[in-house]
Design a binder for this molecule. Structure first.
Ligand code: NAD
Length: 286
């Protein structure tokens, strides 16, 4: 299968390289200068998608995805599919599906969970929205890049799953950091708190798989000076997407709103930008 890959950043490049290693013919494009010995680089997005049966997008934001689609859709061949792995808002994903449909091109929203290491190892989790037929078509590609592929429902359902997951993650990380900060003040060692909580009802992925305290639990960004990992900036982006989705749905997600405000302060007014999202602990204890 010929594949066009647009957006060869931290995530996109290792994903595209994995596809080449698995035998797919990939042409990639990025607006930024990229070097790769593995992926054939095209001069334009239209050139990358010419003749491709599948086009994968791994871009930063919804408005960029919409711009790229309006550029490439007229250049795509009949029967080609778009697989959008970018994390964007639910409403944009649904609008993208409609613009693709106008060109008779099936569109899947297929955001991922797992960072750069999972992208390089082909062990991402894909949350997919769109038709079963389109997913069947995309499956051989998704199975190379990911370990777990969940069909979440119609168009937009993949993005909905992603932002619900990351809203929980942002909230539990803040709670975990607050508990460590409180333990410090109460004279309880961080290791002892981990020993208890990791096997008790306060346990979460933030505690046991991504512990924000240095030297406690498994190796995490806390043990590497809070280099991301998953940056606080990207967490803020995802929390904002969750807030805009809950606004659109006419509901209030109070914990999500508070987590968004705390990450906004950390990134825009504090020291959080460019650091891992678990560095919130350092901020609370400095
Ligand atoms: P990134 O900024 O490293 O990569 C995005 C790439 O898109 C950049 O190289 C940029 O130059 C390129 N780009 C921007 N506009 C373009 C255009 N018009 N045409 C072609 N290329 C263009 O970001 P990333 O970390 O690779 O993340 C990509 C997406 O994956 C984001 O939506 C992010 O939220 C999501 N995500 C990231 C992670 C992570 O850990 N980094 C984890 C899960 C999901």
């Amino acid at each position: 299968m010929k594949v066009g890959f647009i957006g060869l950043g931290n995530m996109g490049l290792p994903m595209a390289e994995g596809l080449v290693a698995a035998g797919f013919e990939v042409a990639g494009f990025d607006v930024a200068p990229i070097s790769s010995d593995v992926v054939r680089l095209a001069d334009t997005a239209r050139e990358a998608v010419a003749g491709a049966e599948a086009v994968i997008l791994m871009l930063n934001r919804g408005d960029i995805v919409a711009d790229v689609l309006s550029d490439i859709l007229p250049a795509m061949i009949a029967g080609a599919h778009v697989i959008d792995c970018s994390t964007i808002d639910v409403a944009s994903a649904r609008a993208n599906e409609a613009s693709c449909k106008a060109h008779h091109i099936p569109y899947l929203d297929a955001p991922v969970s797992g960072g750069v290491a999972a992208a390089a190892a082909g062990s991402l989790t894909f949350m997919v929205g769109g038709t079963k037929e389109a997913l069947d078509f995309a499956m051989p590609l998704l199975e190379v890049m990911g370990q777990k592929i969940v069909h979440c429902g119609d168009s937009g359902a993949g993005q909905a799953a992603k932002i619900c997951n990351n809203m929980i993650l942002g909230i539990t990380m803040i709670g975990t950091c607050e508990a460590f900060a409180l333990a410090d003040k109460l004279g309880l060692s961080r290791q002892k708190m981990y020993d208890v909580v990791s096997g008790a009802s306060g346990q979460s992925w933030s505690m046991t798989s991504y512990c924000p305290a240095k030297g406690v639990g498994p190796q995490t960004p806390a043990d590497n000076d809070y280099k991301p990992g998953f940056s606080a900036d990207l967490m803020l982006k995802d929390l904002r997407l969750a807030q805009s989705a809950s606004d659109d749905a006419g509901m209030t997600t109070q914990m999500g709103a508070l987590a968004t405000e705390l990450y906004r302060r950390f990134v825009e007014e504090g020291q959080g930008s460019g650091k891992d999202f678990s560095a919130m602990l350092e901020d609370m204890t400095s």
